[in-house]
Design a protein around this ligand. Sequence first.
Ligand code: FAD
Length: 303
Amino acid sequence: MSQLAIAAQQTSPAPNVSFEFFPPKSDKMEAKLWESVARLSPMAPKFVSVTYGAGGSTRDRTQKTVAKIAQDTALKPAAHLTCVGATKQEVLQVAEDFWKAGVRHLVALRGDPPEGMGAKFQQHPGGFRDSVDLIAGVREYNGVPDARFEISVSCYPEQHPDSLGWDEDIAFLKAKQDAGADRAITQFFFEPDTYMRFLERARAGGVTMPIVPGIMLQPNFNGLKRIAGLCQASLPNWLHELYEGTEDDPETRELITANVAVELCHNLSEQGVEDFHFYTLNRANLALSTCRLLGMKPQAATA
Ligand code: FAD
């Protein structure tokens, strides 16, 4: 029986999924986001996260989006938050505003400088030094009595451009855990072994928190090449070959993208992975078809 047939008949627990969105810039994009949220909602995600633009550029839009998710849907929003371009007090004020809007989960990040990925990060005068400092700051903050956020953080199975080496990376991830992180979400990758090797290193280095694979659903291969180049994620030759000649064929590219994601998730599932975080790019169709191909069934509508 094929893996797809097995998935369709699956009686064992379906994976846990979470979806990442970005805050919309225009009315048209806003309509698309809410349509995507509504279509993905029946997949009963563990949480849905909303990114925070470089240098806090989307602060208000991120805030508005997570607040609306918290207030108008049954979904659990997670707000991304970075250290860039703001003092500690300003960043903690944003966290406090998230809490007051009903958000109970942060994705705590250092972030990139306003010049973008690849430029050197400079600590803001009076700002947090790095993501560990931010996590510790959120944990110590008492602006709202009894506020205890769930905190997710990033990690990099193929190393971040700022990496000083594997030992330092794993020690740094462990420091995030020790500062109070509950979960790590990986940068995207395409080879299952990349994740499994990283998991092994992290566990050997004392990282015990869940490490959830981040699965990219970007059907625009040129766009994917650009992002991968900036963040040093590798795109295997077989992926280049799959997309070759599809520049003018978006429908085929979407089918390829969903199939690649499903195969990656199936492979990881077989190795015991139960949670997946999907980079949706605010599009429901790829995330939805990937979930269905993983054997997930719609639950009662929650949005
Ligand atoms: P960190 O993990 O804190 O640091 C990056 C790397 O630098 C580490 O892995 C380590 O190799 C090295 N490093 C840093 N400090 C030390 C140290 N003291 N000792 C040793 N090594 C160190 N960007 C946004 O602007 N907005 C978002 O919403 C956003 N969401 C993201 C979500 C996920 C799941 C991921 C994986 C990335 C996201 N990014 C986002 C991108 C992220 O901001 C960039 O990759 C940024 O360059 C690093 O931020 P970080 O928190 O991942 O960094």
